[in-house]
Design a protein around this ligand. Structure first.
Ligand code: PNW
Length: 463
């Protein structure tokens, strides 16, 4: 007889899901009164998207959402994380609400409900209203924070009778640090931004965004017709000890807490900044303007923490000032079709464990994204045997299982993503979907991984 552990059985109420983002799937960018987002404008810029493409049509989900939800239900998926396009519901970012735009999400949510699928709405997945960029340079102004909170409150009012799970912001580093460092130049990262003068100005965009997050948490709770859960979707430092010795675990934990996203992550988790960081930023002239009261708002308690996990960095203890060093990746190490995505399933385990240990965080966790870009070619039999994606999902889900076995409250997993879609700077050239999309005909074909996921959900264990 196999033990529960050997068969990788999951808890009965484990949330099996898929995730998506508005600009990557919806299309219909000129329909229903939608205003431009920064991504519409960025895609029009020559050379910005490697393939010259845009999200103008994408998966045409704006028109095909009913069929897509049906497809989702046919896989047995019970939870769907999608994002609301701010410029569809408030075209100029801070003016009148566009009822037609809200109606689209309202219909989507009803349709999910008809299929027994729980909605998890992300308010901001990178498509900031272009109007705010023009009014006040978007994230460079504190007005972004109050406008975001107003938008959050309005969504809670309009949709909060049927949505009780909200995620404020997706992967802050991508559009603040990278977006504003690289500006409108395709550097292999996923965010267009306004290039700003220096690192201090970049830090200021992080402060405004996190302030927006905290104010939005308050606005969601204040305007929701029912009790709701609010989370933040993060991609942390992803430090993985090269071996599980106390010294290497200590080193990786230290890197996790010091190296990435300190300005966003520490206030989020504690309502304050570590003294060493303030000292360092003051000394090197990168300290943004932020008050203790603002830091406290950024730390408005969340109900659960979302982790987007794709890759990780191996770390070992080192005899240097910081006490750790990154381990270089050899040429033959397992990779994917995207240069930044090398395989590291253990990253999932360590992210959740370190977030718990570093901040004494005892609330639940969600794996809000985890996905693999494959080559995904049709075989002679008309199938897509994406075995590497199945391998990927199984390996990362084993780490979810390990966490649960060890008592970490990981409540759900959202595969990124159901449908192949617009992969930002890579256009349609990178496919993360479990379901193949022919972008000429919009035909959807489930890959082998979709069948694997459906059976895993059905049996509630890794098959
Ligand atoms: C996430 N990195 O982005 C986003 O949330 C999705 O919209 C996106 O499609 C997906 O992952 C796949 O790229 C990331 O450089 C972008 O480490 C860049 C990185 C990680 C995640």
């Amino acid at each position: 007889m196999t033990s529960a552990n050997a068969s990788y059985q999951f808890p009965p109420d484990f949330m099996w899901g898929v995730a998506s983002a508005a600009y990557q799937i919806e299309g219909g960018v000129k329909e229903g009164g939608r205003g431009d987002s920064t991504w519409d404008v960025f895609c029009r810029g020559k050379g910005n998207i490697r393939t010259g493409e845009s999200g103008d049509i994408a998966c045409d989900h704006f028109h095909r959402y009913r069929d897509d939800v049906k497809l989702m239900a046919s896989l047995g998926v019970k939870h769907y994380r999608f994002s609301i396009a701010w410029s569809r519901v408030i075209p100029d970012g801070n003016g009148a609400v566009n009822d037609e735009g809200v109606d689209f999400y309202s219909r989507l949510i009803d349709c999910l409900g008809e299929h027994g699928i729980t909605p998890h709405a992300t308010l901001f997945h990178w498509d900031s209203p272009q109007a705010l960029q023009e009014q006040y340079n978007g994230f460079c102004s504190p007005r972004w924070a109050t406008d975001f909170a107003r938008y959050a409150g309005l969504m809670a009012k309009r949709l909060g009778d049927r949505v009780s799970s909200w995620l404020t912001i997706n992967e802050i580093a991508c559009f603040t640090q990278w977006g504003h460092y690289y500006g409108n130049s395709p550097q292999g990262l996923n965010a267009p931004g306004m290039k700003v003068a220096d690192q201090r100005a970049i830090h200021q965009t992080v402060v405004h965004t996190m302030l927006g997050h905290g104010l939005a948490v308050q606005a969601l709770r204040a305007n929701s017709a029912q009790p709701c859960k609010v989370g933040f979707v993060h991609n942390e430092g992803m430090s993985v000890p090269i071996s599980e010795t106390p010294a290497n675990i200590h080193a990786a934990r230290k890197r996790f807490s010091e190296c990435c996203n300190v300005l966003a992550f520490h206030p989020l988790m504690t309502g304050a900044l570590p003294e060493w960081w303030v000292k360092q930023a003051t000394a090197n002239g990168t300290m943004p303007q932020v008050s203790a009261a603002e830091l406290k708002i950024m730390g408005e308690p969340i109900d659960w923490l979302g982790h987007n996990v794709y890759t990780g960095t191996y770390v070992r203890a080192a005899d240097n000032a910081q006490g750790y060093e990154d381990v270089p990746v050899p040429a033959g190490y397992p990779a994917s079709t995207i240069n930044w995505l090398i395989l590291n399933p253990d990253a999932l385990y360590w992210q959740v464990r370190f977030a718990t240990e570093v901040f004494n965080f005892t609330k639940p966790h969600l794996i809000t994204e985890n996905g693999y870009p494959g080559t995904d070619e049709f075989t002679a039999t008309g199938e897509i045997m994406d075995l590497e994606r199945i391998w990927f999902m199984r390996s990362y889900l084993r780490q979810v299982h390990r966490l649960i076995e060890e008592g970490f409250p990981v409540l759900g997993y959202f595969y990124w993503t159901m449908l192949d879609n617009f992969e930002w700077l890579y256009g349609y050239s990178k496919r993360f979907g479990m379901i193949h999309v022919n972008f000429e005909t919009q035909e959807r074909t489930p890959k082998a991984s979709a069948h694997w996921y459906a059976e895993t959900i059905r049996q509630n264990r890794l098959v």
